[in-house]
Write a protein that binds this ligand. Sequence first.
Ligand code: ADP
Length: 406
Amino acid sequence: MTIPDILSEIHPSWIRRVANSLAHGAGVRENFQEQLERFYSLLKQAVETGDPALMDPILFDWSNAPTQSDLQDGENNISAVLNRMLMITFDLVHEELSGSDAMELIGAILPIFTFSLEKVARYEMETRVAFISNELSGIQNKLERLDKSKSNFISVAAHELKTPLTLIEGYTTMMRDVPGNGQNGHMDLLIEGVNNGIRRLRTIIDDMIDVSLIDNNLLSLNFQPVWIDQLLDLIRSEYDDSIKKRSQILEMRSYPGCDQMLFGDPERLYQAFRNILSNAIKYTPDGGRIIIDGRALPGFQEVTITDTGIGISAEDQELIFEKFGQLGNVSLHSSGKTKFKGGGPGLGLPIAKGIIEAHRGALWVESEGHDEKGCPGSTFHVLLPVRTEPPDPKFAKLFGVEVKTN
Ligand code: ADP
């Protein structure tokens, strides 16, 4: 018997057996039977022509048929179906054909099944990869939406808090002006206490607003000539008292190029460097040392702020630049800006990074780890482009930076 004759002979029993074994339920079986007929006829053509690629269309259709829930459950069943078909064919051939016919048929269909299994494995893998990347992009969208609503919440909350704060501020001014208040020194002390609280609250609210401006690419920079050495000197004088109080040593090295003029937003740069320096003071024990140094690079200035403080673990070195990324132990949160380890709302570094990046620069940290006893220290690097003129407003728009040249 020729192979096509053998295939025709076992055709009815093959369809029956495979359908009974693989499809459960009458409705399913009917539909499945149609598919099996299609498969069998393609198998026959493939055997006759010796071209296993003829199986391709049905393999493609079957591999793409799994439903969303099959994919979610990680089911991978077309390969299993093909394997099962092969097993059934072996049994059938063994029972219904003579030894030589059986050998001949198996020899002819085996390469076609091998080809089919490989193809199906590839198609199934492609479907799975497409499904997973689809899921991933869904998750990413969800995360982006969450981050957006977090940023919107910060912005709304900050603006809402500002109004009552202004009211409180107005009332404390009026209280100070109440006739006869001058004789009561105690009252002045109380008002000063309220004012301190107001100032601290205002800083936090301003930080929240800055973070949401940075998040939404709305930070506008006021480009003016800046001299980094003068800027750092100003910040140093702001912290002179705190440094003395903490018996720390602040060493400022004047590196070559630190007196070079560059265009930047002096207020924003001041804010960025202040956030970094106040952290260096905060996270360095009493008696520690802080060194501000730098170097001129082609087209850039790099400022480094090194401390002998508690250091930052490798896993936190990225996290601390994310808003609210490092909240630490809430019980350590303190209102003191330079108190040892006095935690804040965790906005200082994200703002500093946002400001530096809006200048097209970079901010990163190096530290050998976190150790409150060994104090390995940290070095913050600020890389700033040396602009000799304010950026072109047209280009600045492309960067997401609004330019107001004076
Ligand atoms: P905050 O100081 O308000 O908590 P920051 O954004 O300024 O927020 O800093 C985030 C965190 O990074 C801090 O809570 C601290 O854990 C860590 N950190 C920042 N600077 C230093 C430093 N120089 N040494 C050690 N840890 C630091």
